[in-house]
Design a binder for this molecule. Structure first.
Ligand SMILES: [Mg+2]
Length: 301
């Protein structure tokens, strides 16, 4: 079953949620009201041979990634990390030295982003290494930015560079864009109308923003900030960039269309446009052709 179909089935039960749920499933994090405060929560899993490869990646790298990809979801909501919980299903022959190395990396990474690891569970099984990390976050004075809220005319922006995340090891070393998200979300002039972090790939994640905002998107090949000579197909399809993708007012962007926040470039790559029927994501190539990215069939790995 495609992940998209599975998740849509879950979202359709959102109307049965209690009123204390302020952000239902379907965003980078859900949120629940507790007294006067909101708490944001998300969980993600990391499986050997699916998201990482223990033949190639060190345990320190794997432990770091298990935590940072969750922190990237907090960034996508402009949240502030609160704490983390983790579970691990370890292969039977994993051994205590390697478990220590892995847990130390997870604990230290979480602590370094102000997101202490406060609990978890470990089991041994006959399958591959399987980690899950749950993170909690707070708005801390900034309304969470959701995937809905994009409007026709908005400019589409992305932080950093895109493509070739796996061959360049970017997926192991990236910095979750926590500070940048809060910096732009705190001011009405620059606050994103909608935002997501790029895990599945620009085309698919922009599609998520369009579906939730009920708008379409047109991006331009010539504007894509490609990592390490990535071609446009890699920039829109590779995924695991863990950059922020958002739409905001045109007025927020100064000429010539590139911002820098905290030393990280933010590039305008296109525009949101009115959606006629189904939201679409299209790219205008340098040769003038327009390609519908919804038709490319990229599937999350
Ligand atoms: Mg995300």
């Amino acid at each position: 079953m495609r992940e998209f179909v599975l998740l849509n089935n879950i979202y359709q039960s959102n109307n049965r949620l209690p009123a204390t749920v302020t952000i239902p499933p379907g965003d980078d994090m859900g949120a629940i009201q507790i007294g006067d405060d909101q708490v944001l929560a998300a969980v993600d899993q990391l499986i050997d041979q699916v998201h990482v490869d223990l033949h190639k990646h060190t345990l320190a790298q794997v432990g770091r990634k298990a935590v940072t990809r969750n922190l990237s979801d907090i960034a996508a909501m402009a949240g502030q990390p609160l704490c983390a919980l983790a579970t691990a299903a370890l292969p039977r022959d994993f051994g205590s030295d390697r478990s220590d190395e892995l847990f130390t990396a997870m604990r230290d990474t979480a602590a370094s982003y102000g997101c202490p690891l406060i609990g978890g569970d470990v089991s041994i099984w006959d399958g591959p290494l399987h980690l899950t990390v749950t993170v909690l976050a707070t708005p801390a004075g900034i309304d969470p930015v959701k995937r809905s809220g994009g409007k026709p005319g908005d400019v589409i922006c992305v932080t950093g560079k895109l493509g070739k995340s796996y061959p360049t090891d970017h997926h192991l070393t990236f910095e979750p864009r926590l500070d940048i998200a809060r910096a732009i979300a705190q001011y009405p002039a620059t606050r994103p109308h909608c935002m997501i972090d790029i895990s599945d790939g620009l085309a698919r994640d922009l599609g998520h923003l369009c579906e939730m905002s009920n708008v379409s998107a047109v991006i331009e090949q010539s504007k894509l900030p490609c990592r390490d000579n990535a071609n446009w197909q890699q920039a829109v399809g590779d995924g695991e960039d863990y950059e922020l993708l958002f739409a905001t007012d045109h007025a927020a962007i100064g000429s010539p269309g590139t911002w820098e926040v905290m030393g990280v470039p933010i590039t305008v790559i296109g525009r949101m446009v009115k959606s006629d029927n189904q939201p679409t994501v299209k790219i205008k190539l340098v040769d003038g052709n327009i390609v519908d990215l919804n038709d490319q069939g990229w599937e999350h790995h």
